[in-house]
Design a protein. Structure first.
Length: 277
């Protein structure tokens, strides 16, 4: 296992491992520690079928299934979502996707997310990552005073037309707004991070929606500055995994006709650490 940094402050590239074969116990523990410590791990050169991808994912914890079940129509198995622009894709994904952290609007947010690249575009379709642990550590004092000890309301549809695929009526009744601390502590490393999801935060503390949006813009501007950013350009065979307690992500658009096909899995923490605040 060889490693190299992705940026000066977060992210790690891990070479020399084949995830189609089960990792030994010590090797897996080392990989898990490297991923949690660095927030984002890129593991290139993989060749995985769905069973192998799922087997690797569930070594970390119980498998994640998306709360918006209407998105899963047409997929072979509910634990493996496909993000694709290929002909016949169930849900074409060629548009820009705003900054967000996965499933913040659920009582038990997904801990880790994995994307596996099968077809990579020649241009566009990059995945951007923001280091929310580094962003918290470098918060200006005026912003820190506004967020420490404060909760936020996270919603699947915080504002009109915020989702590319609106919730169904059944999902609106089932996926209710959630309140979480705006500053969360990593369950293993005890590292603090801003639990930032501009796509999903509805209100912050006792602020109005308008005041919350103003604060959200300030936090987002800080968290997405160059010092806290990693831009991943996809190659076929890349496996990228990130820690949703400490990172948010977005996607750049693709020109018409570009082909991109990724598979996505995720995992929760074990039940005893299900809500890691």
């Amino acid at each position: 296992m060889q490693t190299s940094p992705l940026t000066k402050s977060f992210g790690i590239r891990i070479d020399g491992i084949d995830l189609s074969q089960p990792l030994g116990g010590e090797e897996f523990v080392q990989l898990r520690h490297l991923w949690m410590e660095h927030r984002v791990a890129v593991i290139p050169g993989q060749n995985l079928d769905d069973d192998q991808l799922v087997a690797f994912t569930e070594r970390f914890g119980p498998l994640f299934v998306h709360a918006q079940t209407s998105l899963l129509t047409g997929y072979k198995r509910k634990e493996v979502m496909e993000l694709s622009t290929l002909d016949g894709a169930a849900r074409p994904a060629d548009y820009e996707l705003d900054w967000h952290t996965d499933q913040t609007y659920t009582p038990q947010p997904v801990f880790g997310t994995i994307l596996y690249g099968i077809v990579a575009p020649k241009t566009g379709g990059q995945t951007l990552f923001s280091d929310l642990a580094g962003a918290y550590a470098s918060l200006p004092e005026d912003l820190r005073r506004q967020v420490d000890g404060v909760t936020a309301v996270y919603s699947a549809e915080p504002r009109p037309k915020v989702r590319d695929t609106p919730l169904t009526e059944e999902e609106r009744a089932r996926i209710l707004d959630c309140t979480h601390p705006l500053i969360r502590t990593h369950p293993h490393l005890k590292r603090k991070a801003v639990y930032l999801s501009p796509l999903h935060i509805k209100t912050i503390g006792g602020l109005s929606e308008a005041e919350s949006l103003d604060l959200l813009r300030d936090l987002t501007d800080h968290a997405t500055s160059d010092a806290h950013l990693y831009r991943h350009t996809w190659s076929a065979g890349d496996l990228v995994m990130w820690d949703n307690t400490s990172v948010m992500h977005s996607r750049t658009p693709m020109p018409a006709g570009e082909k991109r096909h990724l598979k996505r899995t995720g995992f929760y923490l074990p039940d005893e650490l299900a809500v890691p605040f």
